[in-house]
Structures are given as C-alpha cells and as structure tokens.
Design a protein around this ligand. Structure first.
Ligand SMILES: [Zn+2]
Length: 284
C-alpha cells in the first residue's frame, strides 16, 4: 500500500479504542522487521525516524526504505518524523515524502511552543500531512539530548487544552512518567493526569519512551486515550541481543547476513508482541 497519514490511522484507532505502534528505524533490517511484523499481525503501523536515524542513514535512504516496505505489504504504513526540531527540518521531511511529522517544541516556554507548532501545522495540513506536538518534557536520553529529572516536568492538563486548541495538532505527546531509553527501576505512570489531559483535549495522545513499561500499564494508558505508542529501545535490545548471541555462537562467521538475518527476526518478534499489547493487531 502507498503511505498513509497518521490522522487516517489514528481516526480508526479512535473508533476501535486501540493504539498504533510507532517503531523507530535506522537501517534496512529494522525497517523490514517492522513491515513484516505489521503484515503478519494485520496491524496498521507507524515507522518513524528520529534525528539520529536521519543522521545515520540519511533522509533519502529512510524514505526509500520505508516506501519500499509499505509497497510490499497490505497494511497501512505511516512514515513519521520523530522529534522534529524546527520548521526547516520539517519542510525537508515533507518534501521528501513523510506523511506525518512531530514538531517538538517542548523545550520552549508555552507561548513559543504554541507558535512553533502552529507554524508547522499551517504548512503540513494543506499537504495532507499530520502533526504531532509535545507538551511537558519527557525524561531520559533521545539521540544524545539528555533531559534529567530536574528538567523534566509532567504535562499540565489545562495547558494541554490550550495548546491543542491553539495549534490544531492531530496528536499530542504527553509527559506522564515515561522516559526515553532504559529505565532504572519500574516506571510509574500518572494515570489521573493522563485521564484529565484526555478529557480536556479529546485528541489522540502519544506515549513516548514506552520500552520497558509493563504491559498492564500500557493497556491502561490505551484505555485512557493513548492512541500511538513509541517503541525504540526494546527493538534495539532484541536486535542486539541476537547479534551478540550469533557472534558468540559462530565466531568464524564471515557472512553478515547470517548474523543480521536472525537479529531481524528477533526484532520482528519483539514488535509483534508489542502490537498485540497495544491492541492494533488484527485491525488492518
Ligand atoms: Zn520521544
């Protein structure tokens, strides 16, 4: 199928009361793992690229890989820019063929975040491209940008209401206790806050840093209005653990495919599992 917009996929998720998995990619094997998982689970899927992925693989490679993946399967695929930094970069992604973009103005004060985000909505909407905004700061490390405990703060529900009304975003990333990267200890989500944000905004919410969050917590977040769940670290872990195992098992191996092939399968199985937890399996 050709790529579709995030809005289209989220509208159906809203009707069905489930969340779509948004998986980060940065090479061919991961893109294939995500696409194969989506096809096998009959799940709509978001394949997303962060700043680090674009730097590593190159914008055009990512677009070509994801297009090829989407065209080889029968379920809807969204190509999404993860944590877009500014208007220029978002424009580049739009021209290259992304069907959804995130503009992350969460490091700015509210007024400025609203202004930056609204600008992006104004250019993206006429092109049929969806926009995800972020309010509140999510802890952890994303592509070397570190947000520690003191800088991080949870999304304020009243501010979220204003942010959504004034920007017109299609989806909102919220800070409710998840973190990017690997957790030290078990994450605790602020479900009351999540519920309140949803009541006041009535739009699809996005959970970042969802790797390592217990399945039950994810399911509860989905029941409260989370419609897109971002996963990066858990795929990396599955992929690399298999790479290590295979390298240990056959130290004489000279064919990268014999190492990366099984790693791709391991990543695919990790993704399939997540799709079942999010409720998007069987929905496409
Ligand atoms: Zn994120």
């Amino acid at each position: 199928m050709p790529l579709v917009s995030l809005r289209e996929v989220l509208e159906r998720a809203e009707e069905g009361g489930y969340a779509v998995g948004a998986f980060n990619c940065n090479n061919m094997e991961i893109v294939q793992a995500i696409a194969e998982a989506a096809e096998m689970e009959r799940a709509p899927v978001v394949i997303q690229a962060s700043q680090g992925a674009l730097k590593y693989a190159g914008l055009n490679y990512i677009v070509s890989l994801v297009r090829a993946a989407a065209e080889s399967i029968r379920v809807p695929v969204v190509l999404h820019l993860d944590h877009g930094t500014d208007r220029e970069q978002v424009l580049k992604a739009l021209r290259a063929g992304f069907t959804s973009v995130m503009i992350d103005g969460s490091k700015y004060p509210l007024e400025e975040n609203i202004a930056v985000t609204r600008q992006v909505v104004e250019v993206a909407r006429p092109m049929g491209v969806s926009v995800e905004g972020e309010l509140g700061r999510i802890m952890g490390t994303e592509d070397n940008i570190q947000v520690d405990g003191q800088e991080a703060f949870f999304t304020d529900p009243e501010e979220a209401q204003r942010f959504v009304a004034e920007t017109g975003v299609d989806a909102l990333a919220v800070a409710v206790g998840t973190a990017h990267g690997v957790y030290k200890g078990e994450p605790r989500l602020d479900f009351d806050r999540l519920k309140r944000i949803r009541e006041l905004t009535r739009i699809p919410l996005v959970l970042h840093g969802s790797s390592g969050v217990p399945d039950e917590a994810i399911r509860r977040a989905v029941s409260l209005g989370v419609r897109k769940v971002n996963i990066d670290t858990d795929i990396r872990l599955a992929f690399l653990q298999k790479v290590r195992e295979e390298l240990d098992r056959r130290p004489e191996e000279i064919d990268p495919r014999r190492i990366l092939g099984p790693a791709r399968e391991a990543a695919r199985e990790a993704i399939r599992y997540k799709m079942r937890v999010f409720g998007c399996a069987g929905r496409a």
